[in-house]
Design a protein around this ligand. Structure first.
Ligand SMILES: [Zn+2]
Length: 122
């Protein structure tokens, strides 16, 4: 039997390990067993942001695709160099091509409509 004792942080009484409450003062001991939680850095916020910028660029015919493409490219580089989880690679790649598509469509449509507008003016 492995009996570990936990000292109460409030009154200092020794309590059986795993006890929920202090036998001396009744304070909660549970929190003493919970160590600092490991910080999970997923880092896929950049890939998601790039994806959102690309979609916004597609829908609104806007130049959000430029920072979107740059963000997606940075994320792809990060995945390649092992600074971001491999799982983000696919999303970053998708975001990159969506942004490129949005950029191409933006240039073609917006310039096309602008040209059309100026031509019909005459
Ligand atoms: Zn106590």
């Amino acid at each position: 039997m492995n009996i570990s004792m936990t000292n109460c942080m409030r009154c200092g009484s020794a309590n059986v390990g795993g006890a929920q409450f202090c036998s001396g003062c009744g304070a909660t001991l549970g929190f003493q067993n919970i160590g600092p939680q490991p910080v999970q850095k997923t880092g896929n916020g950049r890939a998601i942001l790039a994806l959102v910028l690309g979609i916004v660029g597609l829908v609104l015919c806007g130049f959000t695709a430029i920072p979107g493409a740059i963000l997606a490219w940075m994320e792809m580089q990060a995945v390649r160099e092992g600074r971001a989880p491999q799982a983000n690679g696919g999303m970053a790649k998708a975001a990159f091509w969506i942004n490129i598509a949005a950029l191409v469509l933006t240039v073609f449509f917006c310039l096309g409509f602008g040209l059309l507008g100026s031509l019909s003016g005459y």
